[in-house]
Design a protein. Structure first.
Length: 421
């Protein structure tokens, strides 16, 4: 119902956008992904829908792909969610290893037979996936970056539907989590911390979308807190009610901005007006993005740079890089191009020249054999040796013609039978 309402709303809202048809194609694909995620009876089908929904999220965040900010934020969101996907895959593998099944009903039914450590391992892996998908700490900053997409996509992805997928996954695995007290405590702590973080950061937000984003993450934190405390039914009702209300708020935000003539200046919240350090921390969103850059992004980029340098200066020299001339696949192709009169990018004839360590070793071995042939083999053969070779060949031909005569063939057959018997 929510998807139908948002699609109907998007017809008038997006009719002037250049990517009108592309938007509805991605939104329809997302609808099928969410239905697969919810209706699938096993972890494999749920993960397939989980991934398609993430891909649709990436495509709609980068809807205005000509804007560098949109594509950068879309990439950041996509990479962040892959951490949660790793937890989902690991949880699926542990479920198959310890419960002999990835079917949700079988897994929940067998949860009482799992040891506490096994239930904790499975539930923590799925909890990481849920935290990443529902923007819980430390993954909360990606939700603000996702607001680069059109308003209808923000409503359906981060207000009404997809953002609640993590809570749905946790509720689906309720029996497994109840067998793991440590995982329940993690749910409660992360949810409570996220709710407090979102409340403090939301006090200094000056635009509607950012305010709604942190309100959403705070409510999701309360849902995880409810799950961690064992109030599963309350969390389910909270999820349904929040999806409806938050989707409505996202859809009506543009109309409100139009009537108040853009964003009004929001006064500083009295709660942090006198606390300068708290106000700065709230404005900077507790520096989570900067910490992620410092601890993950920059080291990985440096490692990638070092690996690229190693590949260019060591691996390529050992294995050999393709010939640069007209991008030939092999030296033989380069020779054929020269034979038909093609002009190459360089004047060096690279035919029969080795590339890489193996090619150079082969080239050196061929050069040594050529030198040996020229200095020892060919010099040891004179004119008389060639004549003797020809005479020997003629004699061999005469002998062959002789033994092919019928009488000699019968003689050879008789000798063969005599030896055999």
């Amino acid at each position: 119902i929510l998807l139908f309402i948002i699609m109907h709303f998007s017809i008038d809202y997006m009719h002037k956008e250049p990517g009108f048809h592309r938007f509805f194609f991605i939104l329809s694909l997302f609808a099928s992904a969410m239905l697969l995620l919810v209706l699938s009876a096993n972890a494999a089908g749920t993960f397939f829908g989980w991934e398609i929904a993430g891909l649709c999220s990436y495509l709609l965040i980068a809807f205005a792909y000509n804007r560098p900010v949109a594509t950068t934020n879309a990439t950041r969101v996509f990479v962040t969610n892959r951490i949660g996907d790793a937890g989902f895959i690991l949880g699926t593998g542990l479920s198959y290893a310890w419960a002999d099944s990835i079917n949700w009903n079988t897994l929940t039914a067998a949860s009482t037979e799992l040891t506490t450590s096994e239930a904790t391992g499975i539930s923590l892996c799925f909890a990481i996936a849920a935290f990443a998908k529902s923007a819980q700490l430390p993954f909360t900053p990606w939700l603000a970056r996702a607001m680069e997409g059109p308003t209808p996509s923000s409503a359906v992805f981060y207000g009404a539907v997809m953002i609640h997928a993590g809570v749905y996954l946790v509720c689906l695995l309720e029996p497994v989590f109840e067998q793991a007290p440590f995982s329940m405590a993690v749910l409660a702590i992360v949810g409570c911390t996220t709710a407090i973080y979102s409340f403090i950061v939301g006090l200094t937000q000056t635009d509607v979308k950012s305010s709604l984003v942190f309100a959403t993450s705070g409510q999701l934190g309360l849902m995880f807190l409810e799950c961690g405390l064992g109030f599963w039914q309350l969390a389910s009702w909270h999820l349904c009610a929040h999806a409806v209300v938050r989707g409505y708020l996202f859809l009506t935000a543009p109309s409100l901005l139009h009537h108040v003539h853009d964003n009004p200046v929001k006064p500083v919240a009295p709660a942090i007006a006198g606390l300068r350090w708290a106000y700065i921390a709230s404005l900077q969103r507790f520096w989570l993005d900067q910490m992620a850059d410092w601890t993950l992004v920059r080291p990985i980029r440096r490692l990638a740079h070092d690996l690229a340098y190693f590949d260019d200066h060591v691996v390529d020299r050992i294995m050999g890089a393709p010939a640069p001339a007209i991008r030939t696949i092999s030296s033989l192709a380069q020779l054929e191009e020269k034979m038909i009169g093609a002009r190459l990018d360089n004047e060096v004839d690279e035919f029969a020249l080795g590339s890489g360590l193996a090619g150079k070793l082969t080239e050196w071995f061929a050069a040594i054999m050529h030198w040996f042939e020229g200095h020892f083999v060919l010099r040891g053969i004179g004119k008389n040796a060639v004549n003797y070779g020809r005479k020997l060949g003629r004699a061999a031909n005469k002998f062959e013609q002789l033994i092919l005569r019928p009488r000699y063939l019968v003689l050879f057959v008789f000798i063969t039978l005599l030896v055999a018997f």
